[in-house]
Design a protein around this ligand. Structure first.
Ligand code: ADP
Ligand code: UDP
Length: 305
């Protein structure tokens, strides 16, 4: 069969191949491994594990990314005639050179947190919007004394602080989009570092996408298990609309709720699959009343003691 150049290009683009190859090249340039073939092989395996080429970002194969902005310029913007893949929400590309340098410094200092975590318990609490994550976390904190960080609350505090990023973050959250990985990871990492005596951490509403989990485990520490607060979409919508009557949240409205549910299905459900493959997921059925759900949560945490 004869293949026109256009058909060839379409085939590659449809399967997300140029982005993956570019990302692998960026990873190779950053890491310069002695055995590049093994490195490339593990990038392909990672791509399969995170659910396919569409989940690969430009810095997916760069440990403690983001890296220096020199990489895109080394490769040139038109390799394979595609755009250089940007970090989530194209945020990285919009930052200034000074921001890039600052983030790079932060990324290297992030590596130090990892050792300090030792064998502390880290629980990722995952579930759709309004599934009851915060409600169960509150009870876990009371009974088991863990330190609770809600990623959404950290972002809302950042917005409320009036920082320069606040308005941008507010707009992203108002649309039900995910904020850039680096932003939320830095907030969580700094908060964890501020609690050196904690016996363990509940990270509520994070990771929202597989790459967030991978980066967290690289720079902070290994996740002990994932608590999956599972409930139907109908129930989530009902609870969120009810919460919206008093929460004052910009995203507790029908249109944004629909978008958040889609983000959950597209980006966060693969996280559950990723950790299920590592046998790390503990599911609770949150369709029932709060105390009945918590009775199941207690069984999980009692087993940790
Ligand atoms: N098991 C439950 N049964 C009924 N309502 C619940 C239950 N769990 C949480 N809620 C209510 O649903 C809403 C969303 O819960 P929340 O904990 O804020 O969810 P999330 O943190 O997952 O967004 C809140 O108004 C909460 O009071
Ligand atoms: O790691 C995170 C956590 C939250 N968000 C943003 O914050 C919003 C609210 O998140 P939260 O966890 O507070 O709410 P939920 O939707 O789970 O009730 C999300 O829709 C996202 O826009 C994000 O981008 N990354």
């Amino acid at each position: 069969m004869t293949l026109t150049p256009q058909q060839g290009q379409d085939y590659l683009t449809e399967h997300g191949i140029p982005q993956v190859i570019e990302s692998i090249m960026i990873g190779l340039l950053h890491e310069r491994p002695e055995d590049p073939l093994t490195f490339m092989q593990s990038c392909i395996e990672d791509t399969k594990r995170i659910g396919g080429t569409k989940h690969v970002k430009w810095d997916s194969f760069v440990p403690s990314s983001p890296v220096s902005s020199i990489f895109p310029s080394i490769l040139g913007p038109d390799i394979f005639k595609t755009e250089i893949p940007q970090m989530t929400n194209q945020e990285y590309g919009q930052l200034s050179t000074t921001d890039h340098e600052h983030i790079e410094q932060e990324a290297s200092s992030e590596k130090t947190t990892s050792g300090a975590m030792g064998s502390k318990t880290i629980v990722f609490v995952i579930g759709g919007p309004g599934s009851g994550k915060g409600t169960q976390c509150e009870r876990i904190v009371k009974k088991y004394g863990f330190t609770h960080f809600s990623s959404g609350d950290l972002l809302r505090a950042e917005v409320a602080s009036g920082s320069s990023r606040g308005e941008e973050l507010k707009a992203m959250m108002g649309r039900g989009d995910l904020v850039p990985l680096e932003t939320i990871l830095k907030l969580i990492k700094d908060n964890i570092a501020s609690q050196p005596d904690s016996k363990g951490f509940l990270i509520d509403g994070y990771p929202r996408e597989v790459q967030q989990g991978i980066e967290f485990e690289k720079v902070v520490g290994s996740c002990t298990f994932v608590l999956w607060v599972d409930v139907s979409q109908d129930t989530m919508v009902k609870r969120l609309l009810k919460r919206g009557e008093t929460s004052g949240r910009v995203d507790d409205n029908e249109e944004t709720i629909r978008k958040r549910l889609k983000t959950f299905v597209d980006s966060t459900e693969p996280v559950i699959k990723y950790y299920e493959e590592q046998n790390k997921v503990k599911r609770v059925d949150s369709e029932r009343d709060v105390e009945t759900v918590f009775a199941d949560v207690e069984k999980i945490f009692d087993n940790l003691q």
